[in-house]
Design a binder for this molecule. Structure first.
Ligand code: APR
Length: 245
């Protein structure tokens, strides 16, 4: 069943020039990164309101930094998996390729993806609340609370928290490519958090062939042209193999 569906998607990709891939926590699951809403999901054990909102950071920056430091230390030891590498290969095959990720773990870049749009920011940058500059920072453990080397202000993780707006330029770039895309893959996301949860529907409405690759069905599975259940680290390499050289 999967093989037939994968072949169909491979044919669509071969016949098109513009491909967009949206990824979520599921693509990094096989690397050992906890997802947010799975059985071992972070939001099963922690409350997002305490750790991933601007209010939580105002209330208790030390607690929030301890949580981010824990995630950074965990992820620093992990490596990209076959799913991340398959997307690097897909990027080489497609004439016009855009990778959008909700993940902040940096594993797409570590695998060699050239210019992923990290729409929720990255764990490996920090931003000063005072002078607003942002810097790469890969220190593990990070000194808590981290201070800006330019102005001494308090640094925060350069990620997008619940209740925060996404960067306008990034959103503009995403919606522009969703209007033009011919084939879209949605990989390993529960499709619950907006605005990413609507990207597949926007692309479909604009005429794209949209495929979901996920270990389980999601609330949106029946809305797409194709929904394939399985592990990203197995399905994506198969897809790339079917596309051929
Ligand atoms: N292969 C494919 N899919 C998988 C795998 C796997 N190996 N493992 C898990 N999945 C799927 C799950 O079935 C689920 O649908 O990945 C999805 C993970 O969903 P979430 O944990 O909700 O992650 P995501 O959709 O990326 O969350 C969106 O929520 O808290 C915020 O900012 C955070 O970017 C995150 C956003």
């Amino acid at each position: 069943m999967n093989t037939w569906a994968i072949r169909q998607v491979a044919e669509k990709i071969k016949a098109s020039t513009r491909v967009v891939v949206l990824t979520g926590a599921g693509i990094s699951q096989e690397s050992g990164v906890p997802t947010f809403r799975g059985a071992d999901g972070l939001w099963k054990n922690f409350r997002a309101e305490d750790l991933a909102t601007p209010e939580a950071f105002d209330r208790d920056p030390l607690l929030v930094w301890q949580w981010y430091d824990w995630r950074r230390s965990l992820i620093k030891l992990l490596k990209p998996n076959a799913g991340h590498y398959a997307l690097v290969e897909l990027e080489k095959k497609a004439e016009d390729f855009t990778l959008i990720t909700q993940n902040v773990d940096g594993l797409h870049k570590a695998a060699g993806s050239r210019n992923p749009i990290e729409m929720h920011g990255t764990l490996w940058r920090v931003r000063c609340l005072q002078c607003k500059k942002s810097f790469e920072n890969k220190e593990v453990p990070i000194q808590i609370p981290p201070k800006c080397t330019t102005c001494g202000g308090l640094l925060r993780p350069d990620v997008v928290w619940f209740g925060e707006a996404l960067d306008e330029k990034i959103l503009h770039a995403i919606y522009t490519c969703l209007q033009r895309v011919e084939v879209m893959l949605i990989v390993g996301t529960s499709a619950i958090v907006q605005p990413a949860a609507s990207f597949g529907l926007v692309a479909k409405r604009a005429g794209a062939f949209v495929t979901e690759l996920n270990r389980s069905r999601t609330a949106q599975s029946s809305l797409f042209d194709c929904s394939i259940q399985g592990k990203a680290g197995e399905l994506l390499p198969q897809l790339v193999e079917h596309i051929g050289p």
